[in-house]
Ligand binder design. Sequence first.
Ligand code: SF4
Ligand code: SF4
Length: 306
Amino acid sequence: MIGISWRREQGLADPLLKRLVEEAGLENVPQWNKKDDVRTAAHDEWMALAEDRDGPVNPTETKVNDPATITADIQAKAKALGADLIGCTELTPIMVDLDFDMPHKNVIGIVVKEDYANVLKGSLAIEAETFRVYVEVAQIATELAAHIRELGYPAWAHHNGITQIQAIPTLYHCGIGELGRHGSLINPDIAANFRPSFVTTDLPLEVNQPLDFGVQDYCEKCNLCRNNCPGDAIATDHIVTEGIKRWRIDMEKCYPFSRLHEAYCHICVDVCPYVFKENGDADKRLKYKAYMKQRKEDGYRSPNRL
Ligand code: SF4
Ligand code: SF4
């Protein structure tokens, strides 16, 4: 299958970001070029894992009589490795990078949650947590792919070190979350505070269905991410692409805050009330309220329906 989805380039290879960097009189992208030990160590780890994304396939194939049973086994294995959520779906061209010839039929979406408490410690703590989770989820994908190859089926790991998988449409079809106004997927238990990795494979699997628990109806009235976005980058009105309702993020307005500062911007995800709304976690609710108090002190609009 040939992929049809364009992947946004990173750093100065992204023409929009290159123009904004030049207009700001900068030589480079502060967010991508920042050097610190946490970022460097994490980057080195997922690049090292990239070398193990594939490997020899056991010539003795484990017979799969019931995809539901093997899927349950794979889920249990992923959870034992540290995954918080996993889902499976059949690959379609929109889930694969433009012009990439994907040899596998199925994809497994793997998610590890971030610790929301870091929002109270500031942008550097949020960023360090993000990098930590990206390493963890890359390790899980690498080990899960090796496990599937041991069962006698080809499998590749996809993560920050190497990937040809488009995260949002793939996780959506894996049933991990519903698309929120902020452009990220919202899960009823962990909201959008998670990082993903993937395994593509020919192992027969039972597929999930997209989640629908009313997020998009709520987004029509909520607007907290839009009201708190420092760049006013989040759309008021939705569009529909490939039959999926979504709200656009204007990257020209987002980049000055998410890329042209050294500090990370994660505000749209962290102000989302689904952090606690669906799972009723009292501790998360308290942390959310404390964070929104900080936001208010920073001059942004306070939530009106807590
Ligand atoms: S990352 Fe920051 S600037 Fe970009 S959309 Fe989210 S809140 Fe707005
Ligand atoms: S903050 Fe509100 S509008 Fe934005 S994604 Fe979350 S629920 Fe939807």
